[in-house]
Design a protein around this ligand. Structure first.
Ligand code: ASP
Length: 414
């Protein structure tokens, strides 16, 4: 996308978020009338997910060359994910222990959680089982992206062993990927309208400014703890970006369109095409972007991990259960797993939180205390999730061997 267009779009998208908040705040439920416009934009973004993931991962992994290089890139990627997620959970635990937002909370304010607690069984074995799907078409249809990504990695690893016979397959997926990125750019031009409608109508659904403010105040310290923790954690990838990946402020500015889309949609997966386009504009090698971003959009969720830890500790405090250091270590591990297991869709973290609550024997009804404000916090944690992925791509780029041909150096850019 030309630089001038990118700058204008950024201003428009940022204005859309502000105007969306103001409209939803003052016009309240009337704004639900435009929810369909937001839905249209969101569905258009979701429409790209499956073909984009297949094409990006297959062409990305194939372009890495031999399987040993895949191992090295995968190792760097997973180490980055693991390190930043661990730091995020730790930050959350420190914040929630310092602020203690759950003390004195009125338990009668808990909303019904039946629709969440009855939705999915969540154990560690369930997360492991979700890695492989017996039916790849059904996985794609149900937006189960992890089995799709694993299939794509295995498929492309197999294609690279075919020599000349594999070339047309790789060329085909390269072409599909280019077409998806073109569609992503077209959709980006619609983002200001779509994001405005999404933000305004969601605030309208919450009853408008005053009603939402009352809900916020009821769990005010909890909201402050999550947003404070996420703000602190935003800095960690920044430091990695500057000192490890050797990038500057421009990288952050270019990513802002994707970050605001994440805020508007509350979905890392729906934002994926925008993230890939912005990372590309930042000059990140396609080999890094195509491998790291699809995987990251579903497994690397620093924001969600931090939020899971804070939320569970908040529930413990509200119910007057003091969790020992050992139990908090269990929260640390299970919150990490719950974030990995959460899909990149709105409020997925609420469902996987059951795993953490079960692990430390806390009542699942505790989730009811957080329900009313979760859609709001979801937007902040999704933004951090996408930010972590974007920095991950820059880090992996930094460790790719220099001077090697990039499969798409000859491919047309918009
Ligand atoms: N909405 C988040 C995402 O898409 C997941 C969650 O924390 O609920 O990244």
């Amino acid at each position: 996308m030309p630089h001038r267009h990118a700058t204008i779009l950024l201003i428009l998208i940022a204005s859309a978020v502000v105007l969306g908040i103001l409209s939803g705040w003052f016009w309240g439920t009337a704004m639900t009338e435009i929810a369909w416009i937001g839905r249209l934009f969101l569905d258009a973004l979701k429409m790209l997910i499956v073909p984009l993931i297949l094409a990006a991962v297959i062409s990305g992994v194939a372009s890495l060359g031999d399987v040993r290089r895949l191992g090295r890139t995968g190792g760097i990627t997973v180490s980055y994910y693991a390190l930043t997620t661990a730091i995020a959970v730790f930050t959350g635990l420190v914040m929630v222990n310092l602020i203690q937002p759950g003390i004195g909370i009125d338990l009668s304010g808990a909303a019904s959680t039946e629709h969440i607690t009855g939705r999915e069984p969540a154990g560690i074995s369930d997360i492991l089982l979700s890695l492989i799907s017996p039916n790849i078409v059904a996985a794609a249809a149900n937006a189960q992206l992890l089995p799709l990504i694993l299939f794509a990695i295995l498929f492309s690893a197999a294609v690279t062993t075919l020599g000349d016979r594999g070339e047309p397959v790789i060329a085909f997926f390269n072409g599909v990927n280019e077409a998806m990125m073109k569609l992503a750019i077209w959709l980006m031009y619609l983002a200001p309208v779509g994001i405005y409608a999404l933000v305004a109508s969601r605030l309208g659904t919450a009853g408008g400014g005053q009603a939402f403010l009352d809900q916020l105040i009821a769990v005010g310290w909890y909201v402050l703890t999550v947003i404070g923790g996420l703000t602190v954690h935003f800095i960690v990838p920044c430091l990695i970006l500057f000192f490890v990946a050797g990038r500057g402020r421009d990288y952050v500015v270019t990513m802002l369109r994707a970050l605001l889309t994440a805020f508007g949609t509350a979905s890392s997966s729906a934002t994926l095409s925008m993230t890939m386009e912005c990372v590309r504009e930042n000059g990140v090698d396609d080999r890094a972007a195509r491998f790291v971003l699809p995987l990251g959009s579903t497994v690397n969720m620093d924001g969600t991990a931090l939020y899971e830890a804070v939320a569970v500790m908040f529930i413990a405090q509200a119910y007057g259960v003091a969790l020992s250091v050992g139990q908090q270590a269990v929260v640390f591990v299970t919150a990490t797993l719950a974030a990995i297991g959460a899909a990149g869709i709105p409020e997925a973290g609420l469902v996987t939180m059951i795993l953490v609550l079960n692990a430390v024997h806390l009542p699942l009804e505790g989730i009811g205390l957080l329900l009313t404000v979760d859609w709001f916090l979801d937007r902040f944690r999704t933004t951090i999730n996408v930010w972590g992925d974007a920095v991950g791509a820059a880090v992996v780029h930094r460790f790719l061997p220099n001077g090697e041909p990039n499969v798409d150096q000859t491919a047309p850019r918009s």
